[in-house]
Design a protein around this ligand. Structure first.
Ligand code: ADP
Length: 381
């Protein structure tokens, strides 16, 4: 019962009104009973004196009227005193109770002003007991407010980090292009097709980076509409293998796929999943040495289809494994730079899989021991 009252602001307010009324009544009753005897004595003493005086002077005003007047005066005096005291007590109780409601709201206002000015550290105290679910609406508001502040702080940190990362990523090819151009102008570098090719490669890398960034911002902001249809996952795998087969042949890597019979259809946006799989199979191609093998397998796990891309490539160390889905993360920065990877592909793939309510993760026994990337897609219900 008490738990129920604690968790509802409306009941708390109702109870506080009852408390104020009770305090008022209690003080009124006590003050009346305390002040009435004294007031009665004083007024009745005056009345008796007047009555005896009147008798002596032969005045015939009825005794009942005198008594009534004396009684009325004493009750009025006692009640006025008691009402004053009860009013004071009720005002004090209301003030203390309303402070309980107003103070957290004032603090919320103060913190929201500070957040608007860019200070994200402060949080509100939650007075209720979270574990027993004894939080009223004000506590819930404080909890939501704190969550919002957390999210804003994270977004702000990410925004700053992104600006830093993007500037860093843009600086490298720009510095290279500038270096080549200065070399050409000073005559230090020969104006051969090879030099121009180098400049072209760097410009190409810049363009890829900008395209990837644009795609990343679109995907992360959820600014795309999924055209969900029932699709056979085998068709998607065949399409991707068809696109990349030639590149695998050229590098001398074997690409094949496993056969899972009776796999149900998945509810996905075909083009987006082709994009995810192309990225993962493309990475496997990039990070596997000639002579290696890449295999795409499928399996079923309850209401999901799991797609696994297994390679015999360079592998990923356990320390690096948790970071590879972060944007711009590359396990070997210099090597990835040379190969042109921007470190955004997996971040985009993750966002796309999540948009399909799926999961994506990677496994590797360590460097040089190959990697496996898995992602799940929902089965058509
Ligand atoms: P990139 O464009 O650099 O490939 P990704 O986001 O696709 O960017 O990958 C991030 C990093 O994860 C890569 O730079 C690479 O270090 C690592 N990685 C991704 N796939 C593989 C793989 N199959 N084998 C080994 N390392 C991989």
């Amino acid at each position: 019962m008490l738990k129920y009252f604690r968790a509802h602001l409306a009941w708390k307010l109702f109870l506080s009104y009852v408390v104020v009324v009770l305090v008022g009544v209690l003080v009124l009753a006590t003050a009346t009973s305390l002040s009435l005897p004294a007031a009665y004595d004083r007024h009745m003493a005056g009345t008796s004196a007047m009555m005896s005086g009147n008798n002596m002077m032969g005045n015939s005003q009825p005794i009942e009227l005198e008594l009534f007047n004396g009684y009325q005066a004493s009750v009025t005096e006692a009640l006025s005193l008691a009402t004053g005291a009860a009013l004071l007590a009720a005002i004090l109780a209301s003030y203390l109770i309303s402070r309980q409601v107003v103070v957290p709201i004032q603090r919320m206002m103060a913190i929201s002003h500070r957040i608007a000015e860019g200070e994200y550290e402060e949080r509100l105290d939650v007075s209720g007991n979270l574990h027993n679910n004894q939080v009223d609406e004000l506590d819930q508001l404080a909890l939501s407010f704190n969550q919002m502040a957390d999210k804003l702080e994270k977004t702000e940190t990410m925004r700053c980090q992104l600006i830093g990362d993007v500037s860093h990523e843009l600086r490298t090819p720009l510095t290279a292009i500038k270096g080549y151009m200065e070399g050409l102008m000073d005559g230090v570098l020969p104006a051969t097709p090879d030099t121009f090719q180098q400049v072209h490669n760097e410009a190409d890398r810049l363009q890829r980076l900008v395209n990837d960034l644009q795609e990343l911002s679109r995907v992360e902001a959820g600014a795309f509409q999924l055209q969900i249809k029932a699709v056979t996952i085998d068709d998607i795998i065949d399409t991707v293998i068809g696109h990349l087969n030639r590149q695998f042949d050229e590098k001398g890597i074997l690409l094949d796929k496993g056969h899972y019979v009776d796999l149900p259809k998945v509810a996905v946006d075909k083009d987006r999943i082709i994009q995810v799989l192309t990225n993962l199979v493309g990475n496997a191609l990039q990070y596997t040495q000639p002579g290696g093998k890449v295999r795409v397998e499928t399996s079923r796990n309850k209401n999901e289809v799991v797609i696994s891309i297994i390679d015999t490539g360079i592998g990923i160390s356990p320390e690096q494994l948790p970071h590879i889905f972060y944007r711009f993360y590359r396990t070997d920065k210099s090597r990835a730079r040379v190969s042109g990877g921007s470190g955004i592909g997996l971040t985009i793939a993750q966002a796309l899989v999540k948009a399909h309510h799926g999961r994506i993760w990677a496994e590797s026994a360590g460097e040089g021991k190959g990697s496996t990337f898995h992602f799940t897609l929902p089965v058509v219900s």
